[in-house]
Design a protein around this ligand. Structure first.
Ligand code: ADP
Length: 464
């Protein structure tokens, strides 16, 4: 059973790990999909502005016309290569403010709930003629050459498209009265980028319900597993305790039953039956064993009562006398010489309202255990006081109770599973019953103990 529980725990842990990996994978995929769809939407918005805004179109036309003229001058060798990009910069700088303004005006009509920025960068500018090709600009990842649009950080950007502007030029141009031929093909590659402020947060916000549900379901599964395993362990403990009880009671019943059977055999024996002394002795044995059996049954029946079933008949009890009497009687019942009791009774004339019969039973159970579970010389310390409440502490120097079992000793049928305890007779009902009696008095009982050194039981009874 223990192995089964271990296997179940290991399987559950693996199951949970697998579940979290799958869950993590699904969440990651959802995140990627959400990101793609989010960027696609932004992309569509930008494309629509690009395609359907006449003002943006005409700005594009203006810079392209001006730039082609610059290239014509370059191709006809009126200007140098370095001047081409400088002129392009001048042209686009002069147009960029109106370009951005047009874009933003259009963006405002789309009523987006995030801040969308856009720009075009130049990837390549290459001129081809019949003999060779001439690279005017080559993309540089570190320092992208912004053509038009907003300035934004390279880190948070997303590329949304690539475009190629191709045009053929041929003919002549005249500059300052000088006419020269031109002839080239232009390949002008650009890339469009967008930047959305806090896009991760926006995507996570969109996924918040999914994330929340995942966490809740995950927590629910863990709680369910924890609860199932815990109740399985409890069930196992209860099953063990019941088996122990059956073993204990069978053991207790064996001796009187064997004696009774022997006595019956003796009484069937003729020479014994005629001998009055033998008959009397045997009948006495039968009586004693019968009483023992009766006691055992009473113990099981009475000591199994719950605190609600205990009917108290409370009376005013002068504490000092009461406690001394209990200890005197107890010392007479056990062999006084073997037991040393240190009484620290800090009481004068205090009187409390308790059921003397039940309360005595409760104290006796603790005192008897101090003898049952003793090491060699029994030392019992009794501390009693009555201020705000009536407090009794009974300490012994016995075998002690392990830390993990201290909370269990008040459970019905619980006995520690070690060898020392199994050598001592018992049904595991004494402390259970003691606690029920104390609870019926609205009090509390607790135990602290050090294995091998002794145990300390503390009873606290309210006096109002
Ligand atoms: P029983 O004595 O019949 O087994 P109890 O309910 O009185 O039943 O005690 C429950 C268990 O608690 C005992 O079996 C023993 O393991 C442990 N125990 C109780 N009192 C002491 C004690 N004073 N010292 C050590 N162990 C104790």
């Amino acid at each position: 059973m223990v192995k089964k529980i271990h296997r179940l725990i290991i399987a559950s842990v693996f199951g949970l790990i697998a579940l979290s990996v799958i869950q993590g994978y699904l969440i990651r995929n959802t995140y990627i999909l959400e990101k793609e769809s989010f960027i696609n939407k932004a992309n569509k918005t930008i494309s629509r502005i690009d395609d359907y805004t006449p003002a943006v179109d005409s700005i594009n036309e203006v810079w392209q016309t001006l730039f082609v003229k610059t290239l014509d001058s370059y191709n006809a060798k009126f200007i140098k290569k370095e001047d081409v990009l400088q002129r392009l910069r001048k042209i686009t700088d002069s147009l960029n403010d109106s370009f951005v303004a047009e874009y933003n005006r259009e963006l405002a009509t789309k009523k987006l709930n995030y801040d969308l920025k856009f720009h075009k960068i130049i990837k390549n500018i290459v001129l081809y003629d019949s003999i060779h090709h001439d690279t005017i600009f080559k993309e540089n990842k570190e320092l992208p050459y912004r053509l038009l649009g907003d300035a934004f950080d390279h880190n948070g950007e997303h590329q949304i498209s690539n475009s190629l502007w191709h045009t053929d030029r041929s003919g002549t141009i005249t500059v300052n009265g000088v006419e020269r031929p031109i002839g080239y093909e232009l390949n002008f590659e650009t890339q469009d980028y967008i930047n959305i402020e806090g896009w991760q947060r926006i995507i996570l916000n969109n996924m918040s319900l999914l994330l929340l549900l995942s966490i809740v379901i995950f927590a629910f599964v863990i709680a369910l597993l924890y609860y199932s395993i815990k109740s399985l362990i409890t069930q196992k403990k209860i099953a063990d305790i019941k088996t122990d009880f059956v073993n204990n009671i069978t053991h207790e019943l064996k001796t009187p039953l064997a004696t009774l059977s022997l006595a019956t055999k003796i009484l069937k024996n003729e020479p014994v039956v005629v001998n009055a002394v033998s008959v009397e002795a045997t009948v006495n044995t039968i009586e004693r064993q019968n009483k023992r059996l009766q006691n055992l049954i009473d113990q099981v029946l009475n000591n199994s009562l719950g605190y609600k079933e205990i009917q108290l008949k409370k009376e005013r009890v002068p504490l000092q006398d009461y406690l001394h009497t209990i200890f005197d009687d107890f010392l007479i019942a056990v062999n006084e010489k073997e037991v040393h009791v240190d009484r620290r009774i800090q009481l004068t004339n205090e009187v409390v309202l308790i059921d003397k019969f039940f309360f005595t039973t409760a104290l006796y159970n603790i005192l008897e255990n101090a003898i049952k579970y003793a090491n060699k010389d029994v030392e019992i310390t009794l501390i009693a006081s009555c201020e705000k409440s009536f407090k009794i502490v009974i300490e012994d120097n016995g075998i002690g109770i392990s830390q993990e079992n201290q909370a269990l000793v008040f459970d019905k049928f619980f006995r520690e599973g070690n060898k020392e305890v199994h050598n001592v007779k018992g049904l595991g009902l004494g402390l259970y019953y003691t606690r029920q009696i104390i609870m019926a008095h609205d009090g509390t009982i607790k135990v602290t103990s050090i294995k091998g050194k002794g145990s300390r039981f503390e009873i606290d009874i309210p006096i109002n």
